[in-house]
Design a protein around this ligand. Structure first.
Ligand SMILES: *Cc1c(COP(=O)(O)O)cnc(C)c1O
Length: 387
């Protein structure tokens, strides 16, 4: 039997037992009353999680990358200009998806570990007529949290749509679409929403739906076209089955459970729990003398940590931490790939996971010869949790 490991990567994450149980049952008929009710509840709950009173939640089989394309394919027409607020690997990917659908892309960049300021983005927005601005809320390659709210508000004033890649934030960071004037947010099941991989999710606000209706060019992807999906989601929410493409029924069953748990915990409390776990992690990392990739706490995400390997320690740290019972991830940003590692702390993450993880990283560092005291790391995290 392989030993139990704690999965602390930035998705997939550890899941609640009730969510996993929902996944393991017999598949329901996607047209039957049991599943219709389940899917309807999941969609209504998602609308609340996205904080969008009249937006349309979407749930499609796929991953976060498909969710990004589900937004872009419907909004961009060849020749449209798009601004990308670039904070790392996933912002680059968003730029590539936009270009593939015919957009002319302008990037506003910052040094690794920093986010472009809202002022820099406002200046770029004023320079020409953009169709949309794309923001990676938390770039999972850098652990950088972007200032979504001021950018989205400015964009709304200019009549520019805001599309947020919330794959590493929805369910862990605050991202209320209506309150922040965000038009579209996308995510995936396996991160802070706490459902195994396999679902692409989005919430599309009224202005974005209107932009889709006003298109001149047809949507280039048949599978992604909102026109095919809208009657489906509207139908299930009304309690009527509808068919376009077979939904991943077991994953939707699991999603419905997790959405119910999220709303039961309360969004605000859930975001606050993520913040507290992140603070405890940071206290532990500081005591272990690890330097964070985000240059300041103001731009540091609460759903993961990105940390430089200390002097004399290489990427084999990741395997040594696994020997201590915790699975963490290596770097992802090409420019810094071999120089840092990442620890996810989202979804079901609890105080015990923080202490276990800081302890495992500390022991692995000490065994590799770093001059750190693993007990100090755990004690610092413990003090932060007790505050
Ligand atoms: C994980 C992630 C993606 C990609 O999601 P996949 O499910 O791997 O396709 C996109 N953006 C962000 C911010 C992510 O964290």
């Amino acid at each position: 039997m392989s030993p139990r490991e704690l999965l602390m990567i930035p998705g997939p994450v550890e899941y609640e037992p009730e969510v996993l149980q929902a996944l393991g049952g017999q598949s329901a008929s996607h047209m039957g009353p049991r599943f219709v009710a389940t899917f309807g509840r999941a969609l209504k709950g998602l609308r609340e999680i996205f904080g969008s009173a009249r937006g349309q939640p979407m749930v499609v089989a796929g991953s976060g990358t498909l969710a990004m394309e589900l937004a872009v394919a419907n909004l961009v027409e060849p020749g449209d200009a798009a601004l990308v607020v670039n904070t790392g690997y996933f912002s680059e990917r968003m730029g590539a998806v936009l270009e593939r659908h015919g957009a002319r892309v302008v990037h506003v960049r910052a040094a690794p570990g920093e986010a472009p300021s809202a002022e820099d983005v406002a200046t770029a927005l004023a320079a020409e007529r953009f169709k949309l601005v794309a923001i990676t809320h938390v770039d999972t390659s850098t652990g950088v949290l972007a200032p979504v709210e001021p950018i989205a508000r400015r964009a709304a004033e200019l009549g520019v749509l805001t599309v947020v890649d919330g794959v590493c934030s929805v369910g862990g960071e605050a991202l209320p679409l209506d309150a922040w004037a965000v038009d579209v947010a996308v995510t995936a099941s396996q991160k802070a929403l706490g459902v195994p991989p396999g679902l692409a999710l989005a919430c599309v606000g009224e202005r974005a739906l209107a932009a889709h209706r006003a298109r001149r060019a047809p949507v280039a992807s048949y599978f992604c076209d909102w026109a095919n999906w809208l009657p489906i989601f509207q139908g299930y929410e009304r309690g009527e089955p509808a068919y376009f493409a077979t939904p991943p029924v077991n994953l939707v069953d699991a999603l419905e459970r997790s959405v119910a748990q999220i709303l039961e915990e309360g969004l605000e409390r859930r975001v606050e729990r993520h913040r507290r776990m992140a603070m405890a992690m940071r206290a532990g990392w500081r005591a272990l003398r690890l330097e964070a990739l985000p240059r300041s706490d103001a731009v540091a995400a609460h759903t993961l940590s990105a940390l430089y390997f200390p002097a004399g320690i290489d990427a084999s740290l990741v395997a040594r931490v696994r020997d201590e019972g915790v699975v963490i991830a290596g770097g992802l940003l090409p420019a810094l790939k071999g120089r840092y590692f990442r620890v996810g702390h989202m979804g079901a993450v609890r105080p015990g996971d923080v202490l276990t993880t800081v302890g495992a990283v500390g022991r692995a560092l000490a065994r590799m010869g770093a001059r750190v005291d693993p007990a100090e790391g755990v004690a610092a995290a413990q003090r932060a949790l007790a505050d």
